[in-house]
Design a protein around this ligand. Structure first.
Ligand code: CDP
Ligand code: CDP
Length: 208
């Protein structure tokens, strides 16, 4: 495919955004940007977060310590700062409208970064199931006493992301809702593939 085509995927932590985004990228050959990584990297850099966001380099996204629960909390704190969001905006917009199609997952892709996205998904699930998934990723059984702490962290981050004044987490008006509370990753991804396929310009579609 030539020309821009954007899939926006938003939703709270561990809803299954990344799983769907990777499936769409693999299926349709879209470039994929996990925008949460940008905020995680800024949060991990320390110092002045706005200066860190302005100076962010691709290699900063390669740090192995960006996936921890602590990095997620630090990300959501710096993500509430308008100066940080402004510094990351142009890069994300350009990525979204690149030729050949792009899928971006985050909190504000369909509402702020790319309101003109051809397809928007809002992926959600109960806080308990999302915390359960994160806890399993941490090795679950190895840390049985940590479930409550993980759940508390998920709730805290949800509240901060939904409550901030700048680009709060909320579904775009035209977003397709996917609730993965009792849906496994493969069937959620397959649902999303069918939705994108229906909108994607085919070889016979009119140009422009
Ligand atoms: O990107 P996001 O934080 O929204 O979630 P993810 O990284 O796609 O998924 C978080 C975890 O939940 C992963 O371990 C997935 O395999 C799992 N998952 C699941 O069990 N069922 C789903 N429908 C989606 C994700
Ligand atoms: O993977 P998970 O859903 O747990 O988190 P993430 O997507 O890596 O995002 C980490 C934090 O970055 C979120 O809690 C948000 O505060 C922030 N974020 C944001 O504000 N806007 C985005 N487009 C992506 C992430």
């Amino acid at each position: 495919m030539t020309g821009p085509f954007t899939v926006a995927i938003d939703g709270p932590a561990a809803a299954g955004k990344g799983t769907i985004a990777r499936a769409l990228a693999a299926r349709f050959g879209f470039a994929h940007l996990d925008t949460g990584l940008l905020y995680r990297a800024v949060g991990a850099m320390g110092g002045d977060p706005v200066a860190a966001a302005q100076a962010l380099r691709p290699e900063d996204l390669q740090r192995p310590d960006l996936r921890t629960l602590e990095a997620g909390q630090a990300a959501s704190r710096v993500a509430a700062l308008p100066g940080v969001r402004a510094a990351l905006l142009t890069f994300q917009r350009r990525f979204a409208r690149r030729d050949g199609g792009a899928v971006l997952d985050g909190r504000d892709i369909g509402t702020v970064i790319c309101p003109e996205a051809e397809v928007k998904f809002f992926v959600t699930a109960s806080a308990e199931i999302r915390a359960w998934r994160r806890w399993l990723e941490l090795g679950g059984e190895a840390a049985p006493d940590r479930f409550e702490a993980v759940l508390e962290g998920v709730r805290e981050r949800d509240a901060r992301d939904m409550g901030r004044a700048d680009a709060p987490l909320r579904p775009a008006r035209d977003a397709i809702l996917i609730d993965t509370t009792s849906q496994d990753a493969d069937s959620a991804a397959e649902m999303a593939v069918v939705q994108v396929q229906a909108v994607l310009p085919g070889p016979g579609a009119a140009a422009g």
